[in-house]
Design a protein around this ligand. Structure first.
Ligand code: SF4
Length: 233
């Protein structure tokens, strides 16, 4: 960390949309009608992973992306991923065949929140206890935000990655759903070629694709793996 003042504020509203709140009504002939699709707050780890998940969900839900990733240790890297996320939202909304408008909210970026959460787990291997804490940190803020803003349910793009344990993520999501009394959509988004589709769509949209998961530990691991050329989104 470089000690610079953080450039990203609390719960930025990235667009000016109505955030799919529970009970959103539209007026027709003086009456009111409940919009047919339930609202979903979709935690997004990055623009590329969100592409195929959004494609899969938009016909079933009114989706709002929640970009909340204090696990990204490097602020410049955070800015690149944030820009890619916004780029995708803009391009998606500009496409002719979208079933609905995609909205986006940014959670507060403060990498110190992540650092405080993982104290004592610095030497844990990737995929272990530190990652479980990291999943919970991001999902809990998503559940909390979903309740505060009146969403019907929440979910995460994390399950699109072949490097993430879907069962662990589903268990954490389920626990938070019970605690916050909001539905969790426990969908494995890498099923049916979800990850391959995410790569394909990211290339089509020309999105920046990172080479490591996000924290300083994964950045170091990626550097060590660089000779093998493996990308770890
Ligand atoms: S490797 Fe990824 S999931 Fe694990 S702690 Fe780091 S940023 Fe979080």
């Amino acid at each position: 960390m470089n000690g610079k003042k953080r450039a990203y504020g609390a719960e930025n509203t990235i667009d000016a949309g109505t955030f799919g709140a529970r009970g959103a009504f539209e007026r027709a002939d003086g009456g009111e009608k409940l919009l047919d699709k339930p609202s979903l707050l979709l935690h997004s780890c990055c623009g590329p992973c969100s592409t195929s998940v959004v494609e899969r969900l938009m016909s079933r839900y009114r989706v709002t992306i929640f970009f909340y990733n204090p696990n990204i240790s490097d602020e410049e890297e955070y800015g690149r991923r944030r820009a890619a996320q916004l780029d995708f939202v803009e391009r998606y909304n500009g496409s002719a065949d979208k079933p609905d408008t995609l909205h986006c909210i940014e959670g507060k970026y403060d990498s110190e929140v992540f650092e405080a959460a993982i104290v004592g787990l610095e030497t844990a291997p990737e995929g272990g206890a530190r990652c479980r804490v990291c999943f919970r940190l991001r999902l809990e803020k998503t559940a909390e935000t979903a309740v505060l803003r009146g969403f019907d349910s929440f979910a995460t793009t994390l399950t699109v990655s072949p490097h993430k344990d879907c069962e662990t993520i589903a268990r954490i999501g389920g626990e938070l759903a019970l605690r916050y009394r909001v539905s969790y959509l426990a969908e494995n988004f890498r099923k049916d070629d979800g990850y391959r589709r995410a790569v394909e769509l990211s290339k089509r949209y020309g999105l920046y694709r990172q080479t490591y998961c996000g924290c300083r530990f994964s950045a170091c691991a990626a550097e060590r793996k660089a000779v093998s050329g493996h990308a770890v989104p």
